[in-house]
Design a protein around this ligand. Sequence first.
Ligand code: HXC
Length: 520
Amino acid sequence: MTDIRNELQARIADMEARRAKVEAGGGPERQKKQHEGGKLTARERIDALLDPGSFLEFSTFVEHGHNRLMQGVDAPGEGVVTGRGTIDGRQVFVFSQDFTVLGGSLGKMNAQKVTKIMDLAAKTGCPVIGLNDSAGARIQEGVDSLSGYGEIFYRNAIYSGAVPQLSAILGPCAGGAVYSPALTDFIVMSRGSSYMFITGPEVIKSVTREDVTFDELGGADVHNKKSGVAHLEYDGDEAVLAGLRDLLSYLPQNAREKAPLKPTSDPVDRPNDDLLSVVTPDQRKPYAMHDVIHSLVDDGTFLEIQPGWARNIIVGFARLNGRSVGIVANNPKVMAGTLNIDASDKAARFIRTCDCYNVPILTLVDVTGFLPGVAQEHAGIIRHGAKMLYAYAEATVPKITLITRKSYGGAYLAMNSRDMGADVVYAWPTAAVAVMGAEGAANIVYRRDIQKSDNPEATRAEKIKQYKDTFDNPYVAAAKGYIDDVIPIESTRQRLIQTFEMLEEKQEQRPYKKHGNIPL
Ligand code: HXC
């Protein structure tokens, strides 16, 4: 009996020793280096991300395949920590690459750990969060490593739109490895300690002779302000992880559910009097659309997505009486809120993200049109602008459009007009719906009258006024039913909440297809 008990004790001690070795990752020296770089370790990140004590680890004792080049190589935990936990009590699956073990490089068995939790997430209908900090393909494993990436990319794609997939970039993410985060719904980067690129500074130098640092090439600022690859950036790992928790709170567990309700003490009928001093009928006076958004939503809280890129359009999440909504709004302060290629891409992607995850969409319109210019035309504004039209038409979630001021031409349609599938369209008394602005319109329609006139400038001014008197208001569109109601600015919050509640159980079926063919 004693022998058996001793044997049992020995086995338990052996398991604990093995587990402790895995949990120690690459050891204290490498962990110290990680901390000196301003970064948390893979396990510290998991602890900071999840509700305390909720993490269950899987594949703890997985080892690499011991191929010829990997004989005798020690890789505790295979360079990645995987498992499940909860965030605000909701189950999520997580993988956290361990840079202290072979630089977090990805080999066959490392990838298998990741795909296992991705499959569990899909089967149980839960989000997947990837914490990326890796030197890329494990060079010693050759094609097995590439295959590992393939298995992850494949799942990123087939689970896209089924369960939310969030990526944090907290260190290197280079080469083909960038395509796993790129296939997920959101990329959140840490400023100063993360970078993403396909080919690094050395290769670039040898091919194009350009000199560039890691940060200048693919740091958080680059991808949040220039390339539009990333969605959010924060200073340091803790802030990124807190950002992921916040972002997740606006999303459901999967495509069959709705985002959780977050009760608020902000009254449904809180008047928006503040907006009376923000918005003016003077079309030339830009105002802060951010102020409009903050005034309308619960507690003034707005999580703006991609705030530094394509700033002529604003997208992000907020809540109306506790219910998550996605907001798409023109920004009259940047490029007069015109739509260009980047703005179209940004909005289209966001609209599709909301639609995947049953988040209703509020569109705030103040737009003069698409941005004119040879560069825009030659770079394919037609192809890119079409994405927005497509995304709105395709979206079956509740959609409310509010025209705050001007809404002209093709951009009127691209900003989800009634014809493009808006369920309800409202306008403020300051709104104007027309094919174009009064000056341009008068110059075209009354060109002959102006040319023939003894006093062309006076005639021009008179024709502009005439055009404005006719079209510079919401009532022509309202008279034809394109606008459902012209509403008082002060009671907008209440009206939006009532209308989204009306649309809460909206169902919309589409004809059978494999999938649509969105212009790309
Ligand atoms: C295996 C690797 C590795 C790799 C680094 N290590 N990269 N092991 N495969 N790809 C190991 C190092 O030997 C070292 O081990 C440890 O990880 C940390 O690396 P360091 O170089 O000491 O770290 P640091 O100075 O911080 O530099 C980080 C780095 C650098 C800039 C990422 O390691 C680097 O350039 N690595 C190569 C990156 C790369 O070319 N990857 C392939 C990209 S192509 P010890 O034992 O000393 O701690 C690719 C294709 C994917 O990923 C295709 C998918 C379709």
